[in-house]
Structure formats: structure tokens, C-alpha cells
Design a protein around this ligand. Sequence first.
Ligand SMILES: [Fe+2]
Ligand SMILES: [Fe+2]
Length: 356
Amino acid sequence: MYTQSFNVQEASGQKKAPTAASLENPEFQARFDRKIDADGKIEPQDWMPEAYRRALVRQISQHAHSEIVGMLPEGNWISRAPSLKRKAILIAKVQDEGGHGLYLYSAAETLGTSREQMLADLHSGKAKYSSIFNYPTLNWADVGVIGWLVDGAAIMNQIPLCRCSFGPYARAMIRVCKEESFHQRQGYEALLVMMQGTDGQKAMVQDATDRWWWKCLAMFGPPDTDSPHSAQAMRWGIKRISNDDLRQKFIDATVPQARVLGVTLPDPELKWNEERQHHDYGQIDWDEFWSTVNGNGPCNKERLATRVKAHHEGQWVRDAALAYARKHQNVNLCGTDQELRSNFALSSTHSGKEAA
Ligand SMILES: [Fe+2]
Ligand SMILES: [Fe+2]
């Protein structure tokens, strides 16, 4: 999901990128600048300034981490979904988020960082992910509200990234945005059904909306005045719309949806401003946001522990996938049935360690 807003500084631990091509060079720099000015795409094999490369690795890896950590709060509800239909939809959504992580780790790898390093940084707590996932999902309405608001905010954030200057990131975002659209719609539709139900169900939807609204507004990141890296990211064509402008677009789009749904957004200062042609809104609690970013949210420790456990428990899947890929690589290199059989036999004797 979730990107530039939580592009906070961290010790990246990234590998040093490819050598000669990344040395600072005025001629290469001028060519790079011309391409950026012409709204062209920078590809992995192109020369790029080291700062541009580092900024992208930080942003794309944080985005990838957010996708896979984002699977956890909703994954908890797969076994408790209220019907087979809702369970199938939720499984598809959570699986999509895993796929988004895959595209994004792959895009970051083209910049000279390894997936192992990125995951090691996530698991050690060095790397950040979106703070929105450090809050609990208390009831079934939370799953609907996450789709409606969290995925809705993600779409608002990510549509401009389809025009990002770095080609692999921009192309990954096109597919991601299509899938996020399904995520937003399934959440909103689940809530519409609940709002036609009992008073208890309606109260659940309102309660979940109350708990998630302000956190979703914070997802767009600090106000523009406190976002020192934004200007450079805009210059490089990584970021296209400022945090405050995206937040405003999200609020303006969401208010009529809340009205149709029949819930009240928990902000007494939220009202249409005829002069600005936008909604005014109240103060976001940035102290709470930074406290959660810095590891003190209600679920930070739990999420990280679950992620590390899932990684260890998935080792055999990675080993099997690598063995399978190696087997097919051998098949492509060798043509006869005899060679094929012997290659299969050889690869079946690979230990997990060898395969990795
Ligand atoms: Fe996603
Ligand atoms: Fe999503």
C-alpha cells in the first residue's frame, strides 16, 4: 500500500550500488537532469546520482515492508470472517498484499540492494513500515474500514507514483493501484451491508470508523512544512503531490462516501469551506503518530514478532521454490530424457542449505 508518507530516514543497511556507473559525474548528471526535466523514465541500467538511488531504495523498501506487514492485521480475520464469501474475498486481498510486496522488493533489488538485506533490516527493527499497521483490528467492521479508508488512502498516495521517474517502481504501481481499487471497494461494500443490519452492527461500523479515521489522515505523512525531503523528491519526479494536498484530496473524496454509508466522521471541525472549495478539518495528533513510528504503538512488537516467526516458518517454502527453479534451470540447459531424469535426481538430493 503505502509509501511516501512514511519515507522516514533510517539506517538503510543497503549494499553499495554498482560501482563505475554510480560515480558522480557532471556529464552524466546533466543527462540525468535532462531526462527528469523531460519527464522521462530512469531505468536500472542508467546512471543515477547516489542520493536518488538511496532515496528510492529507502522509499520502495519501506513500501514493500508495509505491504507484507499489512497482511498481518487482516490475516488474523481470515478464520473468523462471517461467511464463505467474505472469507474468499479477504484471502484474495491478503494474497494481493503479498504480491505487492513481491513487486516492490523486486523493484528495489534493481537498485543494487538485496532482498535478504531488506528483510534483515525489517526484522531487526532498523527499517520502517507504515505505522497504520501498528493498531489492532478489534472486530469485523475493522476489516471493512481498513479496506475503505486505509486502502483508500493508499490509492490516493499511489496513483501519482504510477508517474514516478523510476521505471520499475512506476510500472509496479500500475498493477498495484488496480488491485488496491478492489480492496477499497470490497471494504466499502462490506460496510454498506453491515449498515443495513442491526443496531449492533451499525455501532460496530461507527466505532471502527472513529478509531481509524485520524490514523488514516496521518498516513499521508507530516505537514508539508515539516517534510524536509519532499522538495528534493518532487525535483526528482519521485513524489508528484505534497502530503497536505494528498490528505486534502482524500478527505474531500471520503466525506460523501461517509454520508452514503451513514457514519459520522469523528471530527467536529470537518466542514465544507466554500471559499477554498475544500473541506476544513481538525488537528491531527502528530505526537501519537511519531510515538508509533518510533516503536511505541499498541502492536509494534507483536507485528514484528509475528513477521519474524512467519519468515522462519516459511524457510521450507523458499527452499522448495529454489530447488524447483534450479531443477527447471537444469532442464532448460539439458535436452535428453536421460539428462532430465538425472537432473531431477540430482536436485532432489539438494539440501535446503545448498539450494539457498
Ligand atoms: Fe497493497
Ligand atoms: Fe490493499
